[in-house]
Design a protein around this ligand. Structure first.
Ligand SMILES: Cc1cc2nc3c(=O)[nH]c(=O)nc-3n(C[C@H](O)[C@H](O)[C@H](O)COP(=O)(O)OP(=O)(O)OC[C@H]3O[C@@H](n4cnc5c(N)ncnc54)[C@H](O)[C@@H]3O)c2cc1C
Length: 413
């Protein structure tokens, strides 16, 4: 384990050689949400410790679309100007349904800011703005117990047997969250979907303009978005992967190139053929927490809570998981700041109430996003006419296709 101690408040000797560390705020998971939460707290003058199971920053993962609501948060975190330098603005969505009777297409203008960032740029920019030593790598949390019967604080045990005591615990540990389990949340659901994503380089510039293409054809969904004038993000999803699913990204890419030939235009086939092997991600299941769970689950236990995918993994149908995780981070840090004294120390008796306020503030917002994503996913996959009509009504009412959910500002830090 890569051990650095500046945030350890103190250490207590347990039996034998075992020592217990005691900290204020502990964040489990150093993905987008964990790093954003640590950075937001840091901007409020509150220290925290991020525990990440990987040995280094998990910067892989191709690209991520950040909408206006995410940019509002990046602005508050003070890193928007730097990130804007790395990615161009997308101005229109081009939705195309490829059918035997001919193509149907709709152009949706993007009202607000949308850019496709390299996930690496986002992760690294957040990490370098967090004080050195506030992220501990190679620290896999295996178990969590309440610190006392009143649930004030938590005791975390790492895979290698270390014990860490936290006054406040924040689970930003993704869809398979150990903190969510500690809160008693039902595990998220999954559905078989094959998805390949990555980005392709065009050394002499790409011809696609500032437009994001969403193409539906024969059980497949292709997304193509420019990132810069030489870099284009792409994903291909199948709804019914069956025996075609493989976790080997290069094999999947070769398979898709063959499958797309004759079905899509040559530029799509070339885009997929050119996907940078370093950027490839393949998924064979999509994880989601159904909207009714997001609406009614208890997201706090004493002074422990969850944020990001650990709270509301969406299933990636509306591309809001990352931006919503950024919103969570800001709202949580703002609430916790109300429980801190002038020196950034949390007042123990106020932490639970601050977390309760965070959950209340986030509940309707994330339930709406969860419902939209759920309806979109169902709409694309179901064959039932009745279900399609119901989902169509939901996405129409909520303005999903016109990106109504991106026009949201969670406020100042
Ligand atoms: C295919 C796909 C495409 C997507 N596209 C978009 C998009 O275009 N736009 C968008 O906004 N969102 C998108 N999303 C969603 C977005 O990527 C996620 O919602 C977002 O990354 C969630 O961040 P997180 O920090 O909550 O979780 P994660 O990114 O999952 O991070 C969790 C971290 O916790 C660590 N961890 C887990 N368990 C432990 C443990 N026990 N101990 C210590 N560390 C632990 C993990 O190593 C990881 O670093 C997409 C998702 C998918 C699957």
């Amino acid at each position: 384990m890569n051990m650095r101690e500046p945030f350890s408040r103190h250490q207590r000797r347990l039996g034998g050689d075992m020592e217990e560390e005691v900290h204020g705020i502990v964040i489990v998971g150093g993905g987008i949400c964990g790093l954003a939460t640590a950075l937001a707290l840091h901007r409020k003058g509150i220290p925290s410790l991020v525990l990440e199971k990987s040995e280094t920053l998990r910067a892989a993962g191709g690209s991520i679309g950040v909408h206006s609501n995410g940019w509002c948060v990046l602005e508050q975190l003070g890193i928007a100007p730097e990130l804007r330098e790395t990615a161009d603005v997308v101005t229109e969505f081009h939705d195309v349904w490829q059918k035997e009777q001919g193509n149907k297409s709709v152009v949706v203008p993007v009202r607000g800011e949308l850019r496709w960032l390299k996930r690496k740029d986002l992760i690294e920019t957040m990490a370098k703005n967090i004080p050195s030593g506030a992220i501990r790598f190679g620290c896999h949390i295996a178990e969590i117990h309440p610190a006392n019967p009143e649930n004030h604080g938590a005791v975390l045990t790492t895979l290698d047997g270390r014990v860490i005591r936290a006054k406040a615990l924040i689970g930003c540990d993704g869809s398979n969250s150990v903190v969510a389990k500690h809160l008693g949340l039902t595990p998220p659901r999954s559905a078989p979907r094959m998805l390949l994503r990555g980005y392709t380089r065009y050394p002499h510039g790409h011809p696609f303009g500032p437009h994001f293409l969403r193409l539906r054809c024969k059980g497949m969904f292709v997304g193509r978005s420019p990132m810069t004038d030489q870099l284009v993000s792409c994903f291909v999803a199948f709804w019914h992967p069956g025996g075609d699913a493989t976790k080997d990204a290069r094999a999947m890419k070769a398979f898709l190139v063959e499958k797309l030939k004759g079905q899509c235009s040559d530029d799509i086939v070339e885009l997929v053929r050119g996907l940078d092997p370093e950027s490839l991600i393949v998924l064979t299941r999509i994880w989601y927490r159904p909207p009714w769970q997001v609406m009614f689950s208890s997201f706090r236990r004493g002074t422990a809570t969850v944020a990001g995918d650990a709270m509301h993994v969406f299933g990636s149908y509306i591309g809001q998981g990352g931006s919503a995780a950024l919103e969570d981070a800001l709202v949580l840090a703002r609430s916790l700041a109300r429980a801190a004294d002038g020196r950034g120390e949390l007042r123990e008796e106020k932490i639970g109430a601050a977390m309760g306020a965070y959950v209340r503030e986030r509940r309707l917002r994330v339930a709406r996003l969860s419902l939209e994503s759920f309806a979109m996913g169902t709409l694309l996959a179901t064959k039932s006419l009745l279900t399609r009509l119901a989902c169509f009504a939901i996405v129409t009412l909520l303005g999903t296709n016109s990106l109504g959910h991106t026009h949201y500002d969670c406020g100042r830090l």
